[in-house]
Design a binder for this molecule. Structure first.
Ligand code: ADP
Length: 165
């Protein structure tokens, strides 16, 4: 059984992420999409909420599981017996940091390989940060995030703006 992990912050999941999930799920028996918790960053959604949004968005893929972890990715992969980490590469700008992380992860867990999937050209410029910016201006999020979560993102943005006064 070949299992791969697709780690990220997914705050929130975008159609760019979903495209990678769909393509990676077709390459492995099982794909674990893992929300990696970075305690220094507070996001738009809590890790539990991000998991929920990912579950809603990936319900149609039977071999995709969604999880979250505050461990090092290398340790998490070992515990879950996954041998491959999948990463999406949008542009040259992603490359340096991603290769650096791949090398460190292999140093920590020599059996762990990182595989890169090139972003679909439709989503090369899409990021969670762009989605948050668009939501702030009230732009229609259709075509940017999975349709199952459009309302959740809009609702949270309104709540956040309400708090800011
Ligand atoms: P973001 O940069 O959008 O906040 P994450 O940190 O959650 O995204 O990214 C998790 C993984 O998904 C990384 O490997 C990242 O390169 C990849 N990724 C993010 N957005 C896209 C996209 N639009 N197309 C392909 N891969 C992407």
């Amino acid at each position: 059984m070949s299992t791969a992990i697709y780690p990220g912050s997914f705050d929130p999941v975008t159609l760019g992420h979903l495209n990678i999930i769909k393509r990676a799920a077709a390459c492995f028996d099982g794909l674990i999409v893992c929300v990696m918790v970075n305690s220094k960053k507070t996001g738009m959604f809590t890790p539990e909420e991000r998991v929920e949004l990912l579950r809603k968005s990936t319900a149609r893929f039977p071999n995709v599981e969604v999880d979250f972890s505050n461990e090092l990715l290398a340790a998490y992969a070992k515990r879950r017996r996954a041998k491959v980490v999948v990463k999406g590469l949008r542009a040259v700008s992603d490359f340096e940091q991603e290769v650096q992380m791949a090398v460190i992860n292999r140093h920590l867990n020599p059996k762990l390989e990182t595989m890169f999937l090139a972003s679909s050209e439709k989503y090369t410029y899409l990021s969670s940060t762009i989605v948050k910016e668009m939501a702030r201006y009230g732009t229609d999020l259709t075509g940017l995030v999975p349709r199952e979560i459009v309302d959740d993102v809009n609702r949270r943005m309104r709540e956040m703006e309400g708090k800011e006064g």
